[in-house]
Design a protein around this ligand. Structure first.
Ligand SMILES: [Zn+2]
Length: 263
């Protein structure tokens, strides 16, 4: 079985972790591709370095909402240049975070919109972070999609670590977006995520670990790594009453379509 980890911060792993070993574990557990998103310019550059070093690794570049107060006029130009690297396959992670409240919402919204513009110019999909902000994220995505002159062929992006309910999931899928499902689906209290996985259209989900965060049960609380993707896939297989092999196939196909990388 082959899996894709569509959201994995190899650029934020604790320093004691040996990345060679993490990659080897991933390969031994059927992971064929790993997407590493940046959260600011520095970690975007690190994502590109990792993608240059490991064949299976690809990079996304962008400014996270919690870092949005570092946005300067020149940031757009810098990111635009980085977006031309052959292993950069997405703009991310970008979005809104009204939970942590590090940055005023008006700044977050401006930086989110600027980077959606960059997606349009570069033709790359977006990786969206949404925390306590799903209604606003959906609103700005719909606005953006309506204003776009050119649309990409594949999916427009993914809402990573999807926080909404089934109704939100259907709204976002109708905008040609995918939803990222990670470790929290294995937690007992994730009622909304369980419902989505029971009732999702097969072509709308990608798997993610969000390593080093959000380790799935039975590793909850420990440092997460891509090799743990199987616990997430197994839980989705149980919830959706589909074979694990089918979940692997469909989610891998979706990720390949999203990031349009060499297969
Ligand atoms: Zn992330």
């Amino acid at each position: 079985m082959e899996f894709v980890d569509s959201h994995c911060h190899l650029n934020l792993m604790p320093s004691e972790m040996d990345i060679d070993k993490v990659i080897e574990n991933a390969l031994n557990n059927g992971i064929i591709r790993i997407m590493v998103p940046g959260i600011n310019i520095e970690t975007s550059l690190q994502a590109i370095k990792l993608a240059e070093k490991y064949q299976m690794v690809y990079a996304a570049i962008g400014i996270h909402p919690n870092e949005a107060d570092n946005w300067k006029e020149v940031s757009f130009k810098i990111l635009e240049e980085l977006s031309q690297h052959p292993k950069v396959k997405a703009i991310g992670e970008i979005g809104l975070d009204f939970y942590r409240d590090h940055v005023p919402p008006s700044i977050q919204i401006h930086v989110f919109k600027e980077q959606m513009k960059l997606s349009e110019i570069s033709g790359l999909p977006i990786i969206v972070h949404s925390r306590n902000a799903i209604a606003e994220v959906i609103k700005y995505i719909i606005e953006w999609k309506h204003s776009k002159i050119i649309d990409v062929n594949g999916p427009s992006g993914v809402i990573h670590s999807f926080e909404g309910n089934l109704i939100n999931a259907k709204q976002i899928i109708s905008q040609n977006f995918l939803i990222g499902i990670g470790g929290p689906v294995t937690y007992k209290n994730s009622i909304d995520k369980h419902e989505i996985c029971r009732d999702f259209p097969a072509n709308s989900i990608v798997l993610e670990t969000d390593s080093p965060f959000l380790a799935p049960h039975p590793h909850r609380g420990k440092t997460n790594e891509p090799a743990n993707i199987k616990f997430i896939a197994e839980k989705i297989a149980i919830l959706s009453e589909k074979p694990l092999k089918w979940i692997a196939q469909e989610t891998t196909k979706n990720a390949n379509k999203l990031f349009a990388w060499e297969q």
